[in-house]
Design a protein around this ligand. Structure first.
Ligand SMILES: C[S@@+](CC[C@H](N)C(=O)[O-])C[C@H]1O[C@@H](n2cnc3c(N)ncnc32)[C@H](O)[C@@H]1O
Length: 179
């Protein structure tokens, strides 16, 4: 999964893993995990991995790259693909993202922000609100909540100003082996 992130080591990750060498009985600690690209590569190379980042979006993104399929069954919602399908079909909702990050911002300040179209911003608001509700009803566990937030966080897909209301979340390929 690609993600633009200043300082990402995605392009040099193979070199980093080569330098680190083969896994041993120790632990690979990615203390500043960012996108989780290095942590994921270490995990794939066979290391036991801990990730850390003080930015919660990064911590969630890293977690979602490492979580094992077995820990995010989404059994309360009929599986992961069903959960994403429900999120993609929600009625748009005017909330924080619509108010602050779309041209609707001009209604309360002097700037018309163009991060998202009004349509896509409302879809994001509806999805975020539904994830919060699922979690509060315990329809999903904390790991499942993080995976869905990470999926939603791939905002590059939502950015187009030309194609209004065409964006949707894509289910990720959950790993069967990483943990
Ligand atoms: C350059 S990025 C890491 C890039 C990462 N290796 C990758 O390939 O995506 C640095 C990360 O360190 C995190 N960071 C900076 N200071 C930190 C601190 N004191 N504690 C935890 N995380 C920190 C930032 O939030 C940022 O996500």
């Amino acid at each position: 999964m690609s993600f633009r992130y200043i300082g990402s080591k995605a392009r040099v990750v193979d070199t980093i893993i080569d330098r680190i060498g083969s896994p041993d009985s120790g632990m690979f600690i990615d203390a500043f995990s960012g996108t989780g690209a290095v942590a994921e590569a270490a995990s794939r190379a066979g290391w036991k991995v801990h990730v850390n980042d003080h930015l919660s979006s990064s911590a969630i993104m890293s977690f979602a790259r490492l979580v094992s399929k077995a820990d995010v069954l989404f059994s309360g919602l009929g599986g992961y693909a069903s959960a994403v399908e429900v999120l993609n079909s929600l009625k748009p909702q005017r909330g924080f993202i619509w108010r602050e990050y779309s041209p609707a911002s001009s209604q309360h300040c002097s700037v018309s922000r163009m991060y998202f179209t009004e349509g896509n911003a409302q879809k994001i608001d509806a999805i975020r609100s539904q994830i919060r509700e699922w979690r509060s009803r315990e329809d999903i566990n904390q790991s499942e909540e993080r995976v869905l937030i990470a999926d939603l966080g791939h905002v590059d897909k939502w950015r187009s100003q030309r194609r209004i209301d065409v964006m949707s979340m894509k289910p990720r390929k959950l790993s069967a082996v990483l943990s």
